[in-house]
Design a protein around this ligand. Structure first.
Ligand code: HEC
Ligand code: HEC
Length: 464
């Protein structure tokens, strides 16, 4: 620094000093006001936006896949991309220790590498460029953290190539370029460094955009975590419907198993009885479900024992069982299975039949179960599948499905039973049978709109 600049700076300093702003209490007061503002903001956010509560941690859940907090996702993604590099990619500690370590070191040493006494940004190109690149790559890596690095199958995977270029190659080359320029060209490197930073940032943003555009669309999993008690009960009931109804019935009252291969006629204690609910505690119940009763024919359901259900899913089932059947617990209001039908209103598959089938039929009528190949997972399957299908015909009251759910078995030519009553273990309630009847007789509309078009019900009068 030459004498001239030194002089101007100290003059400026003197002038500021004259104007006078003391650290105590002037500056401190400003700090207090800002802190108070932030505190109030936090209070408001906590009150009106709330904190998202993740599901309870479960130390015994071996199926849990850990994910870093969002502010570490960029490192996580970096590691994933780095793992793609041939040979080097196998040496994990380079990405987990050496590179982040070097990056932190560079950021720490930057003030010592770049000792310019000036504060004007035009004179601090290297640190600003390095920091800008850091921030852009952190943001872009975080944005693409959820997108798989490979497609899993062979073939060109655009999102994979784009993210490798945008997340690894571009920032890597840019950092290298910056430091080479800074140390070889010194003062003359300013323009080059600015351009490198700008171009690299634009490229990173463009490749991130490409990655997002070409990302495989993941089936929106029903990953919504039920938080409220009624939601947990509903989730538990849905799981119970799929996994347990075949043996225990929709209300846990089955005492003799019917229609289940290998367990026909097996006797069991109804699991909705006090005998079971009062003697088995919640944790013991979770264990029974997780481990099953293999000797009696109930296979394990817990992932830890090779089943399909996670710890929290089993939790929801137990919650459902308690609130629905245990008279010591009072059931909170939960949404009805389907909206009640008015006189002359036609039910639709989407709104009425699908939830009913899910609750009462799907546990047996899905792949891998004894069911005459009658799968009931979709509209088309219900209409067309089945060894004796079609089991429903528009307007036909003699449809196999309608007869069996009303308690009439289907007999073969010799008078032997071909298809038993459905569901085998317990007859459906009259209002549910009525929904099936109305639906088949009206022509089996799929959507609510189609059903509305067939309905003769007077439209609900709009409230003035
Ligand atoms: C393949 C048939 C089958 C399925 C599916 C099944 N169970 Fe069982 N379950 C049984 C049998 C058999 C027993 C033994 C009954 C006994 O010992 O009285 C049993 C016992 C139980 C018991 C203990 C009853 C007691 O008296 O100790 C509970 C609780 C239970 N099951 C809950 C469930 C739940 C919840 C599901 C769904 C996740 C389920 N079961 C799925 C067949 C099944
Ligand atoms: C406990 C298991 C179980 C449940 C629950 C169940 N089914 Fe079945 N279903 C079967 C079995 C097993 C068959 C094969 C025929 C038989 O053994 O009677 C079958 C066959 C059928 C068939 C004849 C398929 C064909 O093409 O031969 C229809 C229709 C049917 N079920 C309708 C239903 C409906 C509707 C529900 C729900 C309300 C339901 N079932 C619930 C076990 C079940």
């Amino acid at each position: 620094m030459n004498e001239e600049t030194k002089k101007t700076i100290s003059e400026k300093y003197e002038r500021e000093l004259q104007k006078g702003e003391r650290f105590w209490p002037d500056s401190i007061f400003k700090d207090v006001v800002v802190s108070l503002g932030l505190f109030v903001l936090l209070l408001l956010l906590a009150t009106f936006v709330g904190v998202h509560t993740p599901p309870k941690a479960d130390p015994s859940d071996t199926s849990y896949i850990p994910r870093p907090e969002w502010y570490f996702l960029f490192l996580f993604k970096f590691l994933a991309l780095y793992g793609q590099i041939p040979v080097l990619g196998k040496i994990e500690f380079i990405a987990t220790v050496i590179i982040p370590g070097a990056a932190i070191l560079v950021l720490t040493l930057l003030p010592f590498i770049e000792k310019s006494p000036y504060r004007h940004y035009g004179k601090r190109v290297l640190p600003i460029s390095v920091m800008a690149l850091f921030i852009v790559s952190m943001v872009t890596l975080t944005m693409i953290a959820d997108i798989p690095t490979t497609s899993g199958t062979d073939g060109v995977y655009v999102a994979g190539i784009a993210q490798t270029i945008g997340g690894l190659v571009v920032p890597g080359l840019a950092f290298l370029g910056l430091f080479i320029m800074a140390f070889t060209l010194k003062q003359k490197a300013k323009k080059g460094m600015i351009w490198t930073t700008v171009i690299a940032s634009v490229l990173m943003v463009v490749f991130t955009g490409l990655t997002l555009v070409y990302a495989p669309t993941v089936e929106a999993e029903a990953a919504e975590v039920p938080v409220t008690l009624p939601d947990q009960i509903t989730a538990g009931q849905d799981l119970y419907s799929v996994h347990c109804v075949e043996c225990h019935g929709d209300d846990g009252s089955v005492s003799v198993i019917e229609g289940v291969e290998g367990l026909e006629g097996e006797e069991l204690t109804p699991i909705n009885s006090r005998d079971v609910l009062y003697t088995i505690t919640d944790s013991a119940m979770q264990e029974v479900i997780a481990y099953g009763r293999p000797t009696a024919g109930m296979n394990p359901f817990g992932k830890a024992y090779g089943g399909e259900l996670t710890r929290s899913e089993i939790d929801y089932i137990v919650t459902f069982m308690r609130y629905a059947w245990d008279d010591r617990f009072e059931m909170p209001p939960v949404k009805p299975l389907y909206p009640a039908l008015a006189e002359g209103e036609v039910p639709s598959y989407d709104v009425h039949i699908a939830p009913i089938v899910k609750r009462y039929c799907i546990s047996c009528h899905r792949a891998g179960k004894e069911n005459n190949n009658y799968l009931m997972g979709t509209y088309d399957e219900i209409l067309h599948s089945g060894d004796n299908g079609p089991n429903v015909a528009a307007g036909d009251p003699e449809s196999i499905l309608l007869l069996t759910i009303q308690g009439t078995p289907i007999l073969d030519d010799n008078g032997d039973e071909l298809i038993g009553t459905m569901p085998p273990n317990k007859q459906l309630k009259a209002d549910i049978i009525d929904v099936f009847l109305r639906w088949v007789m009206a022509g089996m509309p799929q959507t609510a709109e189609e059903a509305a078009a067939l309905s003769t019900a007077p439209l609900p009068t709009p409230t003035p």
